[in-house]
Design a protein around this ligand. Structure first.
Ligand code: ADP
Ligand code: MG
Ligand code: ZN
Length: 481
């Protein structure tokens, strides 16, 4: 018999707000000393009260809109009770009865073609702290830095049917949420994690098989391996009766390449959900909704089409720019100033992106002012600064965001000399100082020109147009006797 795999994902996304969801502690503690980003509220001390961070709601609305969801104008927070040492209040504040967004949809594109994946709901919640196990001493430590970091949980319908589709779906979420600048979605940093629900059924059937949930996956390769393993285990159970499948939560051991039962699936009743009496309902009026809507970015596909059609960029260049919203914004700002999309795209791809790579920065970390870049491009294309010196100025702009290219060029003698007398003098001096090179060149050794050219360039500090310099130099050599 032929089987098909049915997969639904619960994806946790860390929102990129500055502070935590219910207190003013910093939400960014990557690499920080344990328990340095904490306060009585996120430590769940009795008597403290949560105050909802408005930015979290802003970002949740934005995310919901990017993922085609209906935004619920009234939503509530609920308590989900369970015990875990890194959850000091013994309940997690989440949204259960009325989440902020429902009924969304994203499109994915794989080798099987295009497919719509429906999103059941998105809810806001707080993250728990972390347990750090010290195996050597048989101890477990608790780090509460992550407690209270805002999360979105994005729950899909069981519309996915292969590891490839899961990967495409996660990539799509990442692209859209990064475009909206609400989350980093980097599995390796723990800012995107996912629970994978899997079942199998005979191909074409419209009833579902028993599902198992693999918790807390944080690498796409591990997810692929887990799906493959779990699918085979389910098919074996159904076909050969090797075991009786039960709805349960499982843990994936990537080293052993196997999944292990953790607990039989808890039901909603186990969590004793009830509305959190300390938090007011979240009411999003039209003004708030529209204000967020007005900040939504163009969708990646729309941008791509505009870059190729309106700006006439080659598809390849457009695609590279559209890899990151930060690149797109910088490019668009630069283009608005220099009014030459092809030039701006070239600078972005061959200079800005290369500099980012060289500095081991991700594209989204780009902080360069697009306006300043536009000015720089205009200086170079207007013949005021040479291309190599332009590159030097760009480096200075990366080092210090306040650098103005024109001021910097003037202060550092990087403006192309319009003083033809100076250029002539430099050429004559170079010729006089190296008669051998002159003779060699005249004798047919093309290479001899390089020495003279290099000397002049150095003398002029790169402030000249290389083609022009070359022409003038050859003319001057030919005049010697
Ligand atoms: P619970 O509340 O128990 O977590 P949900 O109905 O919210 O259950 O579903 C959780 C996730 O499991 C969703 O992403 C959903 O798409 C997925 N899911 C539900 N049924 C199945 C199934 N039979 N096979 C695979 N995934 C499923
Ligand atoms: Mg669930
Ligand atoms: Zn705090």
């Amino acid at each position: 018999m032929k089987y098909e795999t049915v997969i639904g994902l619960e994806v946790h996304i860390e929102l990129a707000t500055n502070t935590k969801i219910f207190c003013s502690c910093s939400a960014h503690s990557f690499g920080a000393e344990p328990n340095t980003h904490t306060c009585p509220t996120c430590l769940g001390m009795p008597g403290t009260l949560p105050v909802l961070n408005k930015k979290v709601v802003d970002y949740a609305i934005k995310a919901g809109q990017m993922l085609g969801c209906k935004i619920n104008h009234v939503s509530h927070f609920d308590r989900k009770s369970y015990f875990y040492p890194a959850l000091p209040s013994a309940y997690q504040i989440t949204q259960y009865f009325s989440p902020i967004a429902t009924d969304g949809e994203v499109e994915i594109d794989t080798t099987y073609g295009k497919k719509r994946v429906r999103i059941a709901q998105i809810h806001m919640e707080e993250d728990a702290g972390k347990l750090v196990h010290d195996i050597k001493h048989g101890l477990s430590h608790v780090d509460y830095n992550r407690a209270g970091v805002p999360l979105l949980e994005i729950v899909s319908y069981p519309d996915l049917s292969s590891a490839e589709e899961v990967e495409a779906y996660l990539e799509r979420l990442k692209t859209l949420l990064r475009y909206a600048r609400v989350a980093e979605c980097e599995m390796a940093h723990g800012t995107m994690r996912c629970d994978v629900n899997i079942s199998v059924r005979s191909a074409g059937s419209d009833t579902f098989g028993v599902r198992t949930e693999i918790k807390n996956m944080n690498s796409i390769d591990a997810i692929k391996r887990a799906i493959e393993y779990e699918t085979a285990r389910h098919i074996d159970a159904v076909e050969n009766g090797t075991e009786v499948l039960v709805q349960e939560t499982r843990r994936w051991d990537d080293i052993k390449g196997k999944s292990f039962a953790m607990r039989t699936k808890e039901t909603a009743g186990d969590y004793r959900y009830f509305p959190d009496p300390n938090i007011m309902p979240v009411v999003i009026d039209d003004t708030w909704f529209e204000q967020i809507q007005s900040t939504l970015p163009e969708f990646p596909e729309v941008k791509l089409a505009r870059y190729t059609e309106e700006f006439g960029l080659p598809e390849y260049d457009a695609k590279r720019l559209c890899e990151s919203i930060a690149l797109c914004e910088c490019f668009e700002e630069a283009n608005a100033v220099c009014k030459n999309a092809k030039d701006a795209a070239n600078w972005m791809i061959s200079d800005v992106m290369k500099t980012l790579n060289a500095r081991q920065m991700t594209y989204d970390m780009l902080a360069l002012s697009g306006q300043s870049l536009g000015k720089l491009i205009a200086l170079v294309s207007g013949g005021k600064v040479s291309r190599p010196n332009g590159r030097k100025i760009l480096d200075a702009m990366f080092d210090d965001g306040s650098v103005d290219p024109e001021t910097f060029a003037k202060e550092n003698n990087l403006i192309i000399s319009t003083d033809t007398g100076l250029v002539d003098k430099v050429i004559q001096d170079a010729i006089a100082a190296d008669p051998k090179a002159v003779a060699d060149f005249k004798g047919g050794k093309e290479k001899a020109l390089m020495a003279l050219f290099g000397k002049c360039m150095k003398e002029l500090r790169g402030n000249c147009n290389p083609q022009e310099l070359r022409t003038l130099l050859i003319e001057a050599i030919n005049k010697t006797n």
